[in-house]
Design a protein around this ligand. Structure first.
Ligand SMILES: [Zn+2]
Ligand SMILES: [Zn+2]
Length: 139
């Protein structure tokens, strides 16, 4: 286990550095890898997400974030300069999903499950023994 408070001070940024953020509250330590067809295209790979309360995510460079509505109730945020995928959010939700790969190391995060594996790329091999769910882990 990471030391208490480790995840209360996580930082992250996009590839070019135009978007920087820090999380001033709890960061969900368990990462879900989403293999849905939208994440596959948005990330070029499974989307690996942690999450935090949106109000705890302090963003510097907000003007560099473009939000794309990938479905009527979901928006995805990316850096409009370098294309780094950053955020996933249900419209109106208080929680913000954060792309795990953007968090500075050591992240204190741990991959915990694979979701939407029924939609995974046919070139993908999942061999880490972690739980797999055909769709959402909520069933
Ligand atoms: Zn960038
Ligand atoms: Zn997905």
């Amino acid at each position: 286990m990471s030391s208490p408070g480790k995840n209360d001070s996580a930082t992250g940024h996009c590839l070019c550095g135009a978007v920087n953020f820090r999380i001033v509250g709890p960061l969900r330590p368990l990462v879900s890898a989403c293999h849905c067809s939208q994440c596959r295209r948005f990330h070029g790979a499974p989307g690996a997400y942690t999450a935090a309360a949106e109000s705890d995510v302090i963003i510097d460079g907000r003007d560099s974030i473009r939000w794309y509505s990938s479905s009527p109730d979901v928006r995805r945020g990316f850096c409009m300069t370098c294309g780094t995928t950053l955020f996933w959010q249900e419209i109106g939700a208080k929680e913000l999903d954060i792309v795990a790969g953007t968090i500075d190391l050591p992240s204190g995060l741990k991959l915990a499950r694979h979701i939407y594996v029924a939609s995974k790329g046919d070139y993908e091999v999942i061999a880490d023994g972690l739980p797999q769910f055909p769709a959402s882990s909520r069933g």
